[in-house]
Design a protein. Structure first.
Length: 183
């Protein structure tokens, strides 16, 4: 088996060396019809999205060959990077949880038809309860989302019978309810 992670031409040259044709030269792109580097980059973009792929610095010496102070510096920089990434994930997760919690409050009050005044008084005494203005703000956001997703139109049903258009028999068959809507 012949393989190369660098390029298609590398695969061809390894194959030619194994078959005792060391002086022959062929382009891997012409032989296989594709370039491994470009395919690898496309694969990373497809599966990883826009994740930044860090290139390993080959000038860095292995960890066991550097001094203890250099090891400590590397560990410190690694921990700072890890801390920042984890911190971003925690903030994102907390936003999702807080929105879900506020959604639950809004749904509870809407379904149970509870009064907001009692909740305001209770929230003023109990510090752990979510403040009413936060729930009201989330309720407004939910209403805007619903209004964007569901278009609601207004039409007049109280028109005089003489102003309504006359329906043919065919149209009346399709509209069995007898409801006329102006377009």
């Amino acid at each position: 088996m012949v393989s190369s992670e660098r390029s298609a031409s590398g695969v061809v040259s390894v194959f030619l060396r194994k078959t005792n044709r060391k002086k022959s030269q062929h382009s891997g792109i012409h032989v296989f019809g594709f370039d491994i580097v470009i395919l690898h980059q496309a694969r990373i973009e497809q599966f990883g999205g826009s994740l930044a792929v860090k290139v390993v610095d080959k000038r860095k010496r292995p960890l066991n060959e550097v001094s203890i102070s250099q090891q400590n510096k590397r560990f410190a920089s690694f921990s700072k990077e890890a801390h920042e990434k984890i911190k971003q994930l925690i903030v994102k997760h907390q936003m999702i949880l807080s929105n879900a919690k506020l959604d639950a409050y809004v749904r509870t009050y809407d379904e149970a038809l509870l009064g907001w005044d009692g909740y305001r008084r209770l929230a003023a005494v109990e510090a752990r309860l979510v403040r009413e203005y936060q729930i009201a703000q989330r309720r407004i956001e939910i209403t805007k989302l619903i209004n964007n997703q569901i278009q609601i139109g207004v039409f007049n049903l109280d028109k005089d019978i003489t102003q309504q258009p006359v329906l043919d028999e065919d149209e009346f068959q399709e509209n069995s309810d007898g409801i006329v809507v102006d377009e």
